[in-house]
Design a binder for this molecule. Structure first.
Ligand SMILES: O=C(O)[C@]1(O)C=C(c2cccc(Sc3ccccc3)c2)[C@@H](O)[C@H](O)C1
Length: 153
């Protein structure tokens, strides 16, 4: 069965590519998503993209992904919520959904507060520092290699 993957981008990533290109590059989120959807099609994967600047909206989207089996795996760039959100951690744990944590920048080479993630210990994989190529890598992994729950049971 073709995999169904949900890509979630958190706060300020709607502005990706517009400022701080030395840190986040110059590719816009729209371009990232367009490329990801093309890649998904080639991988026979259904990809849905969601971006919000609001923690509760992200929690709501994660909860919805866990209802009715419409999603097999999540790729999430939580942005700043990486470092603050127990709520997003709890939502991901609550849906028992395998997820990849993704960061455009190398968070471990930046300010100390960016070195901690509320998600990494529960993530199947953490990708950081690859720029927007990280989205390509994350999708390839989620489409081909990630262990997902057998929905047939
Ligand atoms: O590297 C990332 O992808 C990260 O998840 C993304 C973040 C982030 C933070 C602010 C803005 C943006 S995107 C952006 C960059 C420059 C101007 C406008 C938006 C991303 C950080 O909060 C995180 O620590 C790291």
């Amino acid at each position: 069965m073709n995999r169904r993957i949900l890509l979630i981008n958190g706060p300020n990533l709607n502005l990706l590519g517009t400022r701080e290109p030395q840190v986040y590059g110059s590719t816009t989120l729209d371009d990232v998503v367009s490329s990801a959807k093309e890649q998904a099609s080639k991988l026979s994967v259904h990809l849905e993209s969601f971006q919000s600047n609001h923690e509760g909206a992200i929690v709501d989207r994660i909860q919805a992904a866990g209802v009715g089996g419409g999603v097999d795996a999540i790729i999430i760039n939580p942005g700043a919520y990486t470092h603050t959100s127990v709520a997003i951690r709890d939502a991901l744990l609550g849906v028992e959904m395998p997820f990849v944590e993704l960061h455009v920048s190398n968070v471990h080479a930046r300010e100390p507060f960016r070195k901690h993630s509320y998600l990494s210990d529960k993530a199947t994989a953490v990708i950081c520092g690859l720029g927007v190529h990280g989205y390509t890598v994350a999708l390839e992994f989620a489409a081909k290699h990630m262990k997902i729950k057998d929905k047939a049971k």
